[in-house]
Ligand binder design. Sequence first.
Ligand code: EPU
Length: 337
Amino acid sequence: MKITKNQSLLGYNSFGINALADEFVEVEHSEEIAQLVEDHFFENRMTLFLGGGNNIVFVGDFHGTVVHLANKGIAVVDEDSDIVTVRAEAGEVWDDFVWHCLDNQWFGLENLVAIPSSIGAAAVQNIGAYGVEAKDFIVAVEAIDTVTGEKRRFSNADCRFGYRDSVFKHSETQCVITAVSFRLSKTPHLRLSYKAITDYLSANAIANPTPKQLAQCIADIRWSKLPKPEVQGSVGSFFKNPVVTASLYEGLKERFPDMVAYPAGDGYKLAAGWLIEKSGWKGRTLGRAGVYPKQALVLVNCGGCDGNDVVRLANAVIADVEAMFGVRLQPEAIIVG
Ligand code: EPU
């Protein structure tokens, strides 16, 4: 296992921020984590476990140890005539996994194609798009307790998944995810209800899409609105869509009849992209960070951006949205530093 000092994190975060880590460890086998725990490596070290770095903003250098999870492997662990359980190691790239599943006729993940994520982060963040969330397919998450070295297995219920949330985002767990198992179907059950999907299919004269056609449709829709990380740095959606009470929603709807919102539990989920656009930020920049012109929920690196630029812009957007709508946006991205 290689440990490097003063490692640039530029290639390890999709925002393209050039922060340094005091120490950097690349893990290629989950057993190496168990070994590090046994060697008391994590004691007295500030440690950050990093997957694909697609949802993280480094504010300044990281004065601790970054452990990059690069363990790979995909295997079928159970199957019958209709269902297959597939286990993927945490360091696998999410999108590669989705296409691998489609190549093998294991269905369910089509709507989650092209989300920049690692397998481990997909569980941490409960990634979601077009009416589907990772939690709908996760049956087990394997992890190692970084204090005791105990190998743990979390059921779907144990993970306490929520909207872009799970138990792994909260400090009560000291576990690092090593692998995730998904329950997929050998029969396609395509979810086509989103208008963007039906519009795309009719524009392309596709009446009955195959799962791969649906995945391609979703990928095309995503990249028409979101910047490709290799072209412009971002973390995808920077904020969560806020859920507000019915009474706050009704008051806002009266003042802003074209406001975009969806019922969510007892309240309503507001489209944060709409709120940001109405607050006047869409396409604007502040320092070296900007609000993406095609999707206001996305903050982007306008060139040589650092974490302070991002935080300054995020705070300005939060303040203006709050002043206009009385709603405080919460970042979905993890801000470190
Ligand atoms: N909208 C605007 N202006 C904008 C952006 C959006 O008015 O600049 C309005 C539009 O009316 C649109 C509505 O907001 O109908 C919703 O926009 P969109 O369909 O683009 O989805 P979103 O709510 O902004 C969420 C996820 C995305 C996911 C899409 C599609 C969150 C935080 N984001 O975005 O996930 O791809 O739905 O299902 O829930 C991510 O998490 O990184 C991500 C990209």
